[in-house]
Design a protein around this ligand. Structure first.
Ligand code: FAD
Length: 295
């Protein structure tokens, strides 16, 4: 037993190219862990939850810290882009304000200087603050593997607490978001025990835009964090919003459906019962705010 928390010893490798990462993952299997900001990895190592023999630093690989925007292709965010970089990037602020808002809600300024978008998603905590935004913006995760690259939709990426669709010999290179639909608006509402610096008790992202093909004239998307084993979309609530005229009654019904989609647990941050009613409250508030912005 250590007198004070400390990291166990490990070998550190700074990877220079993607194939080297794949080779190291193949060679070392579960004994290797990938490192970006380390704000999740090192905490788990310090607490003795995991004890990798080798830590492979992937944040210096080409493109991992780049943000590229193209009107036709949308946004590509390198996996190792930090939360502060993301929140302050002019084109992210202009075209994807919801993502900037979610990134800016993570932890504290100091942690956001290290914490990366990719690390937040790969850690796959149900409480990951950027996950609801990436879900409702219909992001795709670009994975590098021995065959080259493949993309996985964010909605298929999270498979359980700390579990993802990534295979053992794959790593995340980037996150791609399609161009924002014309006239869209979004909002991320986070409830924590403190105003800043804490994991969420409930996180709700709402994103909407006009769409003449829907009976309501709009598409609304809702992403939830901290209220189920994985971050998730509230599909039934979205269906209500596609088929009923936007307004107080519809928002109340959709918020009820979002609450039904939540299957939270009791933990140190809140009870399951409290989380459920907060999903309803925050969803309703998010819908009202987004509706105001759309109008
Ligand atoms: C004090 C504190 C407060 C926090 N508050 C919040 C909060 O409010 N909201 C929130 O969402 N999170 C919070 N976190 C968690 C953490 O900061 C975020 O999840 C962060 O975004 C993780 O990014 P990272 O770059 O530090 O990841 P790392 O710790 O480097 O990696 C995270 C996981 O992903 C794996 N990994 C790393 N890179 C890759 C890759 N390229 N491909 C595949 N797997 C990879 C690692 O092996 C590890 O399992 C907090 C953490 C701390 C310490």
């Amino acid at each position: 037993m250590l007198a004070r928390p400390a990291l166990p010893s490990f070998d550190y490798v700074r990877a220079n190219n993607p194939d080297e990462v794949v080779r190291l993952l193949q060679e070392h299997g579960a004994a290797a862990k990938l490192l970006m900001g380390g704000t999740d990895l090192f905490v788990r190592m310090r607490d003795g939850v995991i004890r990798p023999q080798i830590v492979v630093d992937v944040k210096h690989l080409p493109g991992m810290r780049a943000i590229e925007y193209d009107e036709g292709a949308g946004l590509t965010v390198g996996a190792a882009v930090t939360m502060n970089q993301l929140a302050r990037h002019p084109q992210v602020q202009t075209h994807y304000p919801l993502l900037a808002e979610a990134a800016n809600s993570v932890a504290s300024y100091q942690v956001r200087n290290r914490a990366t978008l990719g690390g937040n998603l790969c850690n796959a905590s149900p409480a990951a603050d950027t996950a609801p935004a990436v879900l409702v913006l219909e992001g795709r995760l670009v994975l590098h593997n021995p065959q080259g690259e493949r993309e996985v939709a964010a909605r298929d990426f999270f498979t359980g607490p700390g579990q993802t669709a990534m295979r053992e010999n794959e790593f995340l290179k980037a996150v791609r978001l399609p161009p924002p639909p014309e006239g869209s608006a979004g909002k991320y509402l986070k409830l924590g025990r403190n105003k800043v610096g804490d994991l969420s008790i409930v996180g709700v992202a709402v994103f909407a835009f006009p769409d003449g093909t829907k009976p309501s004239g709009y598409v609304f998307r809702i992403g939830l964090a901290s209220v189920a084993p994985v971050p998730l979309r509230a599909w039934e609530a979205e269906e209500v919003l596609a088929t009923h005229s936007p307004g107080e009654e519809t928002f109340a019904l959709a918020a009820e459906k979002a609450m039904e989609a939540a299957t939270p647990i009791d933990d140190v941050r809140a009870s399951a019962a409290y989380r459920k009613v907060m999903v309803r409250a925050l969803t309703r508030r998010g819908l009202e705010r987004v509706w105001e912005a759309l109008e």
